[in-house]
Design a protein around this ligand. Structure first.
Ligand code: PBG
Length: 327
């Protein structure tokens, strides 16, 4: 057979396959999302996310140590407050759940990098992501609330803040208040391209943050659109975002690709609760090989152009990367 080009030649053995890998990944790019709650002695498994937990502050240090031991260096904190109100005032309270978690966490496991999710939906009685104006969220009334929440997180020790609420101008508002208070060096990772997605279902149960009425479609993006996502990403970079995120990940690989080609900042992707739940459920049924699917899904996100990955499988992925199974 006269065939000089034989693609199989480079697949001949594992050493060679690893040598010519096009997608490289490293566990230092992983961020593990965690849920903290008031109370004592709580380590509750989230029903729709087996293997993920709510931790009360006394249980948090052990959980953080586990993360560090797994080789994951960064976490994203979500808070479930004791009380909710119309404005979401426990989001910026000095004794708020995130503020206390930062203090406890940084004291117990200082080597981790602490990122906080900045949003109102877990803190408002109506479950929307900001202050209401009629039956919708009032964009401009919400900005100062987000800004003060972000500042209080940083004052409590957050290394980076991640505004997840899709309000126009949020990055600029947060950058301004951080700078005015001497936190010019604290980076902002914006959830820049965040779609109104059914894949957040398990998270909303976990964070008790489902909207009491309506949906989030007036602020989160329509999943038919990608140019709009580029606009969002570019705007956030202009406003001072240091990293931009695309969320969810697996159904939005094309968006990750397009955004990563357009912006000159690191692009993160968030493989969300519904993505985790789908893989976990099929694995629990014995229908798929969990580890193999987790690796393949993660590689696809990096291959699409993400440099940073937020995943509920971060601890497992760190191990798989160490073992050379992926990466
Ligand atoms: C908002 C927020 C949400 C998620 C992260 N931050 C929920 C939403 O926008 O409705 C979803 C994360 C996930 O599904 O894993 N605070």
């Amino acid at each position: 057979m006269n065939m000089v080009k034989r693609p199989r030649r480079l697949r001949g053995n594992v050493t060679l396959r690893k040598m010519v890998r096009e997608t490289r990944m490293d566990k230092s790019s992983l961020i593990y999302p965690m849920f903290v709650t008031e109370g004592r002695g709580i380590r509750h498994e989230i029903p729709s996310m087996p293997g993920q937990y709510h931790y009360s502050l006394d249980m948090l240090p052990a959980a953080l140590e586990e993360v560090a031991e797994a080789g994951v260096s960064s976490i994203m904190l979500f808070g479930i407050p004791e009380t909710k109100d119309e404005q979401g005032s426990s989001a910026w309270a000095e004794e708020g759940i995130i503020q206390k978690a930062l203090a406890a966490g940084k004291k117990a496991v200082p080597e981790l990098y602490y990122i906080t999710d900045v949003c109102m939906c877990e803190y408002t009685s109506h479950g929307h992501c900001g202050a209401l104006g009629g039956h919708d969220v009032d964009n401009d009334k919400t900005l100062p609330l987000l800004a003060k929440t972000a500042l209080s997180h940083v004052q409590a020790g957050a290394d980076m803040v991640a505004p997840s609420v899709m309000m126009d101008g949020r990055v600029a508002a947060i950058r301004q208040i951080l700078d005015e208070n001497g936190h010019e060096e604290t980076p902002i990772m914006s959830y820049a391209v965040k779609y109104a997605s059914a894949f957040y279902g398990p998270f909303r149960e976990a964070a008790d943050s489902a909207p009491a009425f309506g949906d989030r479609k007036t602020y989160q993006m329509d999943y038919h659109n990608v140019k709009e996502g580029l606009k969002e990403a570019l705007l956030d970079v202009e406003e001072g975002a240091d990293l931009v995120m695309v969320k969810p990940a697996l159904s939005y690989l094309d968006v990750i690709r397009r955004v990563s080609e357009q912006v000159h900042v690191p692009v993160a992707a968030y493989s969300v609760s519904g993505e985790y739940a789908m893989i976990k459920a099929a694995a629990m049924k014995g229908w798929i090989d969990e580890a193999a699917v987790v690796c393949e899904a993660a590689a696809s996100i990096y291959r699409a152009g993400a440099g940073v990955l937020l995943s509920y499988y971060a601890k497992e992925l760190a191990k798989f990367m160490d073992e050379g199974r992926i990466g």
